[in-house]
Design a protein around this ligand. Sequence first.
Ligand SMILES: Nc1ncnc2c1ncn2[C@@H]1O[C@H](COP(=O)(O)OP(=O)(O)OP(=O)(O)O)[C@@H](O)[C@H]1O
Ligand SMILES: [Mg+2]
Length: 223
Amino acid sequence: MTNTDDTIFSLEDVSVTFGKLKALESVSLDIHKGEILFITGSSGAGKTTLLRLLAGQLKPDSGKILLPKKLTGSKLFISQVFQDLKFLMNKTCEENLFHSFDRKIYPNKKNFLSEMRELCKILGIADRLHLKMDKANGGLKQKVALVRALLARPDIVVLDEPTGSLDVDNARKVYEVLSYYNMKKKLTIIWASHNRELVKKFTGRIIHLDSGKLVYTGHACFI
Ligand SMILES: Nc1ncnc2c1ncn2[C@@H]1O[C@H](COP(=O)(O)OP(=O)(O)OP(=O)(O)O)[C@@H](O)[C@H]1O
Ligand SMILES: [Mg+2]
C-alpha cells in the first residue's frame, strides 16, 4: 500500500465471498484523487462488487480497505450511478433533475439551471427532457442519471456500465463530459464496463478483473 497524499482508496489483499463463491480474491489497489479508472472484466468478474466496496455498500470478508474519509481526513462526496437507476417514474426527465436541486450546493438556482441545460445540450438530450421517465429509453435514462450525478458536484463518481444502452458516439459524449469535469474540477472517475474495446478508446487507467482476481493494470491505450 503506497498511501501517497493523493490516495483516496486503498485496498490490500481484499476478498469478498458470497457463500462459496469468491466474487473478489486478494485484490490490492490504490486509487488516486483526480484519476480516471476503468474497471473491466466479463460478466461475473467482480466489477459491481468492487464498486460496491468503494461506495461503502459492502464490507470485505478479508483484507483491508481504506476509504476516502480515513485516508484524507475529510469526507469526499461520492455520486453513484449504478445499474438500477432510481427515478421518479411518473415524473418527466426534467422534473427528476429538478428534484435533486440543493440550495446548499447552488445558493443561486440560476447556476443549477444553466449547468443542467449545458450538460443536457452536450449530451444531446435537451429536447427530450419533457418525456416522462417511464417513456424514456435506456440511453436517455443513463444520460439523465449522469447529469443528476454531476449536478450533485461530487468529488468522486462511481459508474456501473454507464453507457450500456448507448452506441459508441454517445458513449464518447459521456466520456467527454466526464473528462471535462475531471480536468476542470479534478473529479475522480471510477467507471466499470464489460466493454474493454470501448474504454480502450478513452484516456485513463484500466484494471482488468477475471473471476474476481485483478489480472491487469495499465494505461487504457496500451492494451
Ligand atoms: N449479492 C450477491 N449474492 C450472491 N452472489 C453475488 C452477489 N453479488 C454478486 N454475486 C456474484 O459474484 C460474482 C461477481 O458479481 P459482480 O456483480 O460483481 O460481477 P460483474 O463483473 O459486475 O458482472 P456483470 O458484468 O454481469 O455486471 C458473480 O458470480 C455474481 O453472481
Ligand atoms: Mg456488474
